[in-house]
Write a protein that binds this ligand. Structure first.
Ligand code: NAD
Length: 263
């Protein structure tokens, strides 16, 4: 026999899951957002990889066939509209949005010790930025009249208080939990599904400093029945599911992916 063996049929099915569809991923320059962008492209979606970190977005998109880098700031409504426009200009439509842009507190502090600016910075990116990204995408999806799907990356901190010292972050993520439900409710009439994927503790640049401290790392593990932290691919695979037709009747859900932390 000459030449490469034919690909098994299952591979074609996998790769064609999102064939012809277009997605926008915010926070795609790093961590969970990058892994989501990679997974969506692997399943046949064309993806706008958006991030405030232009170099990070470039690095993600460069490795992916059918992806472009978009520099955007989720705090700025014009920038969110422009990011949606850039994806549509390049790929002609928009079917999916994943909001993975996010920030954590710079330094853990007791709740009364945060100043207004630090509190506002977290809310601005994590909550207002999620809303502005989703609103820009929804406006395009409603105009297209083809429906759409969104996954908002929240956190288990949107349902519980996972640890000491991050009050602005948990407040922002609690907001994302309810924002997701509200968007799902309002946009169901336009066939736009919205679900919140709530990671537990994931190995990314956001958690790298805590993981480097053995005491902090052990404190995380003490909460996780599965006894380990997650890898980014374990978030991306659930995002793929939520965006796929396998989740066709799911909207407004809060989906913890946390190794059992919330049990
Ligand atoms: N890593 C975890 O353990 C964990 C747990 C729960 C929730 N999350 C959430 O997952 C999401 C992704 O986090 P991650 O761990 O991949 O972190 P990360 O720091 O690796 O990635 C976050 C990305 O968001 C981008 N970003 C920040 N501000 C932005 C802005 N204003 N506009 C556009 N992009 C911006 C950053 O440049 C970065 O590329 C965040 O919302 C985070 O809160 C992470």
């Amino acid at each position: 026999m000459t030449g490469a063996a034919p690909k098994p049929l299952s591979d074609y099915r996998e790769n064609e899951m999102f064939a012809g569809q277009v997605g926008l991923v915010t926070g795609a320059g790093s961590g969970i957002g990058r892994a989501v962008a990679e997974a969506l492209v692997e399943k046949g979606m064309r993806v706008g990889c958006a991030d405030i970190d232009a170099a990070g977005a470039e690095e993600t998109a460069r490795k992916l066939d059918g992806a472009i880098a978009i520099t955007m700031d989720v705090r700025d409504q014009d920038s969110c509209e422009a990011a949606v426009e850039a994806a549509i200009t390049e790929f002609s439509r928009l079917d999916a949005l994943v909001t993975a842009a996010g920030v954590q507190v710079r330094e853990k502090k007791r709740a009364d010790e945060f100043d207004r600016d630090e509190f506002a910075r977290i809310i601005d990116v994590n909550l207002t930025g999620t809303y502005l990204s989703a609103r820009a995408a929804a406006r395009a999806m409603i105009a297209q009249e083809r429906g759409g799907r969104m996954v908002l990356i929240g956190s288990i901190g949107g349902q519980t208080t996972p640890m000491f010292g991050i009050a602005p972050y948990t407040a922002s993520k609690g907001g994302v939990t309810m924002l997701g439900r509200s968007l799902a409710y309002d946009w169901a009439q336009h066939d736009i599904r919205v679900n919140v994927l709530a990671p537990g503790v994931v190995r990314t640049p956001m958690t790298a400093a805590s993981f480097a401290d053995p005491e902090k790392y052990r404190a995380f593990l003490d909460h996780i029945p599965m006894g380990r932290v997650a890898e980014v691919g374990e978030m991306a695979s659930v995002a793929v599911f939520l965006l796929s037709d396998a989740a066709a009747y799911m909207t407004g859900a809060f989906v913890p992916v946390d190794g059992g932390w919330l049990t």
